[in-house]
Write a protein that binds this ligand. Structure first.
Ligand SMILES: [Cu+2]
Length: 97
């Protein structure tokens, strides 16, 4: 009898998928995406990005690497999409490359 496909597909887009339970008991699918961001120069920029992206629904974490010019965002793809996050970074005055 051949092995059966049980329905799990490997993710090929590099995103990390984790299932988390929030304190309200809701199940939340969290993925992370790293954006390459130009124009961040100081801690004010870091704070501006964190505040802007963090204001979106479905965002769990925002980590900014100032010297590496990277912003790593943990998000729930059922509540927010990558385009929305990217637009928010651009709206805050930075460039996503
Ligand atoms: Cu700055």
């Amino acid at each position: 009898m051949p092995a059966q496909d049980i329905g799990f597909q490997p993710r090929t887009n590099g995103a990390v998928l984790a299932i988390m339970k929030t304190k309200e008991g809701a199940i939340m699918a969290s993925e992370t995406k790293t954006f390459n961001v130009e124009g961040m120069s100081c801690m004010h920029c870091v704070a501006a990005i964190k505040t802007a992206v963090g204001s979106l629904p479905g965002i769990s974490t925002v980590e900014v690497d100032l010297t590496g010019k990277k912003v790593e965002v943990g998000y729930d793809s059922q509540q927010v999409d990558l385009k929305t996050i990217q637009d928010k970074i651009i709206d805050a005055g930075y460039e996503v490359v």
